[in-house]
Structure formats: C-alpha cells, structure tokens
Design a protein around this ligand. Structure first.
Ligand code: ZN
Length: 94
C-alpha cells in the first residue's frame, strides 16, 4: 500500500465514493420505476382508497419521478416515507 502515492489513493477514494452514491441512487430510481400502478396497488392490498401498507397512514405525498414537474408521479407515505405506487398525471392538469 505504501508504494501507491497519496494523491492517487485520494483520487481512487473519491471515485469509489462517487460510484457508491451513484449505485445507491440508481437502486432507488429502479425501485420507483418498479412500483405498481395505483389500480394494481389497490387490488393487491384490497383497499378502496390508497393507504400506506407499512403504517396505515392516509396522508400520502407524491413527487415527480425525475423532477418536480414530471407527470410520472411516485407516491410515498407522508409519515414513514415508504414507497407505495406510481401514477401518470394527465398533462392538462399541469
Ligand atoms: Zn407509512
């Protein structure tokens, strides 16, 4: 290890850290894309109105998949932040 100059070691560490962050970010992105549609979510959990499956809270929040105004919405629990389902918001509502 002492044969590797310190700056190189530092750069390797920076790249490794960036790679780890990117990998984690990609995994969360993939989880969001794999979420069920609202209809499938309600059917799977036998619900008439969407509620959190983890804590039962009815207060949910939605956010854009890639940015705030994205019409592909990802809904998560407002209390425990569990990812629940996704839906596509009609374009004219924006
Ligand atoms: Zn919850």
């Amino acid at each position: 290890m002492s044969s590797i100059p310190f700056p190189i070691l530092f750069i390797m560490l920076v790249f490794f850290t960036m790679w780890m962050i990117l990998r984690k970010f990609n995994r969360i992105e993939q989880q969001k894309r794999d979420l069920p549609e609202l209809g499938a979510y309600l059917a799977a959990h036998g619900q008439a109105a969407p509620r959190c499956v983890a804590c039962g809270a009815a207060e949910l929040k939605d956010e854009g998949l890639t940015h705030g105004k994205d019409e592909r919405r990802i809904v998560s629990c407002g209390t425990c932040r569990t990812l629940l389902y996704r839906f596509v918001r009609p374009a004219e509502e924006q």
